[in-house]
Ligand binder design. Structure first.
Ligand code: 5AD
Ligand code: SF4
Length: 484
């Protein structure tokens, strides 16, 4: 990519080298260009960011939206109507890629009818060279392609596309750079995700993330605290600290610091009421963290602790670096310190070489831990990961049967775990009006469960004491409770 294409030597001398100043400069340039485009169109141009995948991507999308709003685009919730569509892609499972190609084909047809339309693709899928090759060949109508490492350069890439009229493709293999203080737009005014680290060094043998998100790097704690303080002064009461493996936070910092220490600092921020985090790798979860959680007033009593498999033999092939016994022992320690904790997990069925006996070990862990909920996945062979070339891939009928049995077990247990809260009074943060009934609002409990109860829009973003009534599987119907 060569953005000097349109710059004279004098113009070039004006471009800041330092970040984030450089990006603010390009936001101004894109803004001027967008004004011209809007005049030509006779209306304000709109954007829509569509997110695939995890919370990490959701947060990245908020950053893209922040930049676009600063440039002068307005948000359009319906993709088909937007003038600028950005797909922030995921590649954790093989079929995720197929979905993107399918939707992109449709988008291409819409673009033919809208001369102002632009399409950008970014996220994990773009870090795979075969994907970019395919896009270059068969989806030539895409305007901008970038990856996970240079997302902070979005304004620069967009300005370059606008001014040059050419497709802009910029993918980096890896980075150790973290750019702070760029704009971001929140989906909810009262809660926000906050990245505390990027990348992953664990190389679980089935997982593509370390290859597409690069090496683990932690943000400076001062930058994290500064961001949260700003969010709080802007009305945020709940944060979700995000990282692929938050329990190894701080190891790569110049002045190393543990995740538990970071939590202690965040807890001190006045006005912040709730702290959540994900994801925790069991191998790195320390006693110090359990202690900090147990004594905290703000950290939610919820832990997402992916087990992936209950069989020590499979865990070893997955390179998870814990055994079934170690995992169960950790869960015991957590429950001893916090009997009211909600535990959730991720489970993969059908990893290469998984036998019925291995699968029984997974069911055994599910029964022993009693998860509040579990995300269950059918193993997907990701090209480029060590597991993809392992022998003994399990036939799909067997995997499907195990998956169904696991799902039954998980659902039965979560319904029971959910019901144990029935009749209790808990604090809910009201997030929205109920989708189906406008006399109800929907709130989230510390445990991450939802409760629907009578209320109105003025309650959104506020905490309410709610008596939990009937439990309907994964959510409650409740009644507000007087504080007095
Ligand atoms: N197949 C199935 N599930 C996977 N996950 C990651 N990679 C794969 C794969 N190849 C699941 C893991 C992880 C979650 C985010 O996605 O359970 O915790
Ligand atoms: Fe993937 Fe394992 Fe890293 Fe999670 S910890 S992102 S499953 S490699």
């Amino acid at each position: 990519m060569n953005q000097n294409m349109t710059d004279t030597a004098e113009q070039e001398a004006l471009i800041p080298v330092q970040e984030p100043q450089r990006q603010y400069y390009f936001m101004e340039r894109a803004k001027e260009y967008l004004e011209k485009m809007s005049r030509a169109a006779g209306r304000r141009l709109t954007f829509c960011v569509t997110t695939f995948g995890c919370q990490m991507n959701a947060r990245d999308s908020e950053k893209l939206a922040g930049i676009l709003e600063r440039i002068g685009y307005t948000e359009e919730p319906e993709e088909e109507k937007a003038d600028f569509v950005i797909y922030n892609t995921c590649t954790v499972r093989e079929n995720a890629n197929q979905r993107v190609y399918g939707r992109l084909g449709q988008l291409g047809r819409i673009k033919k009818k809208n001369p102002h339309m632009m399409i950008a693709l970014c996220g994990c899928m773009m870090q795979e060279p075969e994907v970019v090759e395919k896009l270059k060949k068969s989806y030539r109508f895409v305007d901008i392609i970038f990856g996970t490492h240079n997302i902070y350069k979005f304004a620069e890439l967009l300005a370059t596309r606008m001014e040059s009229g050419h497709t802009v493709i910029d993918i980096w293999k890896d980075t150790d750079k973290i750019v702070e203080d760029l704009p971001s737009e929140r989906k909810y005014p009262f809660k926000s995700g906050v990245n505390i680290m990027f990348g992953c060094n664990n190389f679980c043998s089935y997982c593509i993330v370390p290859y597409v998100r690069g090496r683990e790097r932690s943000r400076d704690p001062r930058a994290i605290i500064r961001e949260i303080e700003r969010l709080v002064s802007d009305g945020v009461v709940e944060v979700m600290l995000l990282g692929q493996n938050v329990n190894s936070y701080g190891k790569t910092l110049e002045e190393p610091m543990t995740f538990a220490e970071l939590l202690r600092e965040i807890e001190k921020i006045d006005g912040l009421e709730r702290i959540r985090f994900m994801t925790s790798h069991p191998k790195d979860l320390s006693d110090e963290l359990i202690e900090v959680m147990a004594s905290s007033r703000k950290i939610c009593r919820h832990l997402h602790l992916p087990v992936q498999s209950g069989s020590t033999r499979i865990l070893e092939k997955m390179n998870r670096r814990y055994t079934k016994e170690k995992y169960l022992e950790l869960v015991e320690r957590i429950k001893r310190a916090m009997p009211d904790i909600s535990l959730t997990t991720d489970i993969i069925v059908g990893f290469p070489g998984e036998t019925e006996e291995d699968f029984q070990d997974t069911l055994d862990v599910v029964r022993k831990v009693q998860y509040d909920s579990a995300f269950t996945f059918i193993y997907s062979k990701r090209t480029g990961t060590p597991a993809a070339v392992m022998e003994e891939q399990v036939p799909s009928e067997i995997v499907k049967d195990r998956f169904d049995r696991l799902l039954n077990e998980v659902q039965e247990i979560s319904a029971r775990m959910c019901a144990r809260h029935q009749g209790t009074v808990q604090t809910a943060l009201v997030e929205s009006m109920n989708d189906h009934d406008d006399t109800l609002v929907t709130g989230r409990l510390g445990s991450n469960l939802l409760v629907h109860f009578p209320g109105d829009a003025s309650m959104i973003g506020k905490f309410c004491k709610v008596r939990l009534g009937e439990c309907r599987g994964f959510y409650f119907i409740g009644e507000t409770e007087d504080d007095g």
